[in-house]
Design a protein around this ligand. Sequence first.
Ligand code: HSE
Length: 292
Amino acid sequence: MITVRAPATTANLGSGFDVFGAALACPADVVRVERADETTIDVTGAGGRFIPTDPEENTAGVVARELDTPAHIHIDKGVRPSSGLGSSAASAAGAAVALNELYDRGFSDEELVWAAAEGEAAVSGEAHADNVAPSILGGFTIVTDDGITQIDADLSVVACLPETVVSTRDARGVVPDSASMDDLVETVGNASTLVAGMHRDDPELVGRGLDDPVVTPARAKLIDGYDAVEEAARDAGATGVTVSGAGPSMLAVCRPETRRDVAKAMVAAFGEADVDARAYPTEIGDGAEIWR
Ligand code: HSE
């Protein structure tokens, strides 16, 4: 039996739509696998009852098929589904790392990312790797068709999860079909600033680099209280705020000493908008880890 802890992740980071991702030190899914003749799945934990246990409809089950590693897979969800925190990706990433170890397959981390992305494709219709890559590799990741670049980063963040649901389908539906040249220039500048900030572990640069004139303004409208929560986070010391993944979670970057205040301010501002929320004051963390 192999047990793996696979972290939640935040995709996009504003200016890196469908490209950037980062692992969060918490929360995480815990995936346990045992050899079996055919794959079966059971799920416990946060929102577990909403997750399909049919292996063909579950990201972890699809990964078992892709790697030809049939198993009984138990998933203990620490990452709520439809949170914008890479819930299905955490299960897929955890399963990929655990099954590779269980069957001693010897796949590289990058090969496991693409297998886990197939799991994502099965449930979302598109094979995004911007959540599975950081969940497996840890740190900050840049995913393009040509490959994956990973950077270890030491950065405090707050992920704030409201008790609401935004479907990825709706969130993708509001993404504009095109962008102006001015917006393109601004986005390239911000994304470049963000990458430099990750290299330097600099929350000011990363916070500034989160700004995105194209996708985030459209998606923010789907999140009740977004503007007030952003303002509250900035007033409490956040250096930048954006939508986490497809939402509804919001991500704030900050200095370690302001993290608790930023978290409290975000939860309070959601509360004033009549939305219950919880915050994870955390940091960019490691990738999936085998528990011995
Ligand atoms: N990059 C994706 C999006 C992440 O924002 O739609 C969610 O799968």
